[in-house]
Write a protein that binds this ligand. Sequence first.
Ligand code: MG
Length: 302
Amino acid sequence: MNEQWGESMKRLLLVVNPCAGKQLIRNYMVEVVSLLGQYGYSSTVHITTGRGDATEVVSKWGSNFEAVVVVGGDGSLNEVINGVLSIRGNQPKVGYIPAGSTNDFAKTLSLPTNIIDAAHRIGQGKPRPMDVGECNGRYFTYIATFGAFTESSYNASQKVKNVLGHFAYVLESVKSLKNLRTYKTRIETEDKVIEGEFLFGGAINSTSMGGLFKFDPENVKLDDGLFEIVLVKKNNNLFKLLKAVTDMKKPEYESDVVVTCKASKLKITAEENIDWCLDGELGGTYKEAEIQNLKRAIQLIK
Ligand SMILES: [Mg+2]
């Protein structure tokens, strides 16, 4: 027993997705709980039972804890953040121990990829404010997209994701290049209106997306209340499209293929229903999507 053990310990809710990634977490649970104890946290462990469970548990019980730490992938983090933001009043801080197959966002956050190192980081880290996005009432931590490149993550089964990791994203994306669908849309931000036929659109709070492209980290802040907006226009020229991936990195840019800008609010109106992808999962089908950046909505321990 260490000296801190007892009443002065901070209450922590550990939300564990047992199916995440290669299920490695099963081998580390005792060590993670013990380690957090050494940092003065008394852990209550919740093993999730399926989709939506983490959100429900955090929403109901989260306010009793100083911190809610999620062990899983970006999808599990998304669920926990949806739970935390549904709490009126005492919202717990959030910690993330990446153990999924697509820890895309964990890379942006520069979190350790090793479970034990990540647990140490929770123990030693400080809460830092982070923006969260909202798309028609649903929260996302790092990305809301429509069109090409976006179906991949939720189409790939957990098994495929486990085996292929982020290549699942990439392979699916390449496959979808063959039959590029486009969407006639009108995008209104707080200071501009962009109309056209797009094959991809995204509001992003991250420095990268699925290993497909990276922004210049110098230009991206996760707590400035602004998204990086990327729109790729209809184009059948493969070389131009490949170049577009490079052009997306530019902070304010417009060419015949790509538009990039920053915005805190946007409304996307389409002629037909569009599937939206939030943090790599299907996040609703809408003709009209209202997206806003909730500046510094959560405190992330890192
Ligand atoms: Mg930002």
